[in-house]
Design a protein around this ligand. Structure first.
Ligand SMILES: *Cc1c(COP(=O)(O)O)cnc(C)c1O
Length: 229
C-alpha cells in the first residue's frame, strides 16, 4: 500500500532528523513516479504528497494529460530529476516547476531562452557529480562555481540549489562522505551569496540512502522504490 509506505518513510525521515537535531519539516519528500502508472500517481496524491518527480520529459507529459486533474491548479508541483537534452528544454519549461538536472551552460542557456518565450521564471538546481564516476551526469564540484555564476546572470532562471546522486554502496553509511562533501560545497557556495540570494534546496538521498543524506543535511529526498514496494 502506497499510503502505508508513505507513513513509514515519513516516520523514518522524522526519526532520522531528530537524531541529528534537524526538523522534519525542513526535509521534503519528493515522490519519484518514473515508470509508474497514472493510477499509482493518483494514489500518491491521495496520500497527501503533491511533489512529483519524473525523469523523462515525454513520459511526464503523457502522464499529465492522463491524470485528468487540473494541472494548472498549482497544487501539484512537478520536478524533472533526469538528464535533460537541450532539444527537450522547450517542453520541459512548460510543465516542470523545478528542473534538478542543469549541468552545463549550454543547457542552462537553452532553458533560459525557452522560459523567456513563455514569460516564465524557471526554477532550477545544478546537478553535481560529486563522486566523479564517469557513469553519472552532473558537473564537477570545481566547475560548479563558474556554472552557477553564469546561471545567476540568466534573467529567466532562478537557481534554488544543488542536486546529486551518491554512488551505489552496500551500506548507506558508506555514502555519507559523498553527501558531506556535497553539503560542504553547498555551504561554500552559499558563503559567497548575498542574504536574499542563498540557495535553499539540497536535493540528495534516494530509497537506499536517504537516511544518510538527511544526516548530512539533505532538504529534499527523492524516493521511488520505497513508495511502491
Ligand atoms: C529513480 C531516481 C530516484 C529514485 O530512486 P529510488 O531508488 O527508486 O528511490 C531519485 N533520483 C533520481 C535522479 C532518479 O533517477
Amino acid at each position: 500500500m502506497i499510503k502505508s509506505n508513505i507513513l513509514e518513510i515519513k516516520k523514518i525521515i522524522a526519526d532520522t532528523a531528530r537524531l541529528v537535531n534537524r526538523k522534519s519539516e525542513d526535509i521534503l519528500l519528493l515522490a519519484v513516479t518514473k515508470q509508474r502508472t497514472v493510477e499509482q500517481i493518483k494514489e500518491v496524491i491521495a496520500s497527501g504528497i503533491y511533489e512529483i518527480g519524473e525523469n523523462k520529459v515525454q513520459e511526464a507529459i503523457v502522464k499529465f494529460k492522463n491524470l485528468s486533474l487540473d494541472l494548472n491548479s498549482k497544487v501539484l508541483k512537478w520536478h524533472l530529476i533526469g538528464h535533460l537534452q537541450t532539444n527537450k528544454a522547450k517542453d520541459a519549461v512548460k510543465i516542470f516547476d523545478l528542473i534538478h538536472s542543469v549541468d552545463s551552460l549550454r543547457l542552462a542557456e537553452e532553458i533560459n531562452k525557452q522560459a523567456e518565450k513563455i514569460k516564465k521564471i524557471q526554477k532550477v538546481l545544478v546537478e553535481v557529480n560529486v563522486s566523479g564516476e564517469v557513469s553519472k551526469f552532473g558537473i564537477s564540484c570545481e566547475e560548479s562555481f563558474e556554472l552557477i555564476r553564469s546561471i545567476d546572470k540568466l534573467a529567466n532562471l532562478k537557481l534554488q540549489g544543488l542536486m546529486t546522486m551518491a554512488p551505489v554502496v552496500d551500506n548507506q553509511e558508506l555514502a555519507r562522505p559523498y553527501f558531506k562533501k556535497f553539503k560542504d560545497l553547498f555551504d561554500s557556495i552559499n558563503a559567497t551569496r548575498s542574504v536574499d540570494n542563498k540557495l535553499s534546496i539540497l536535493s540528495m538521498g534516494m530509497t537506499d540512502d536517504y537516511e544518510a543524506a538527511i544526516k548530512e543535511g539533505s532538504t529534499m529526498v527523492r524516493i521511488g522504490r520505497a513508495l511502491f514496494k
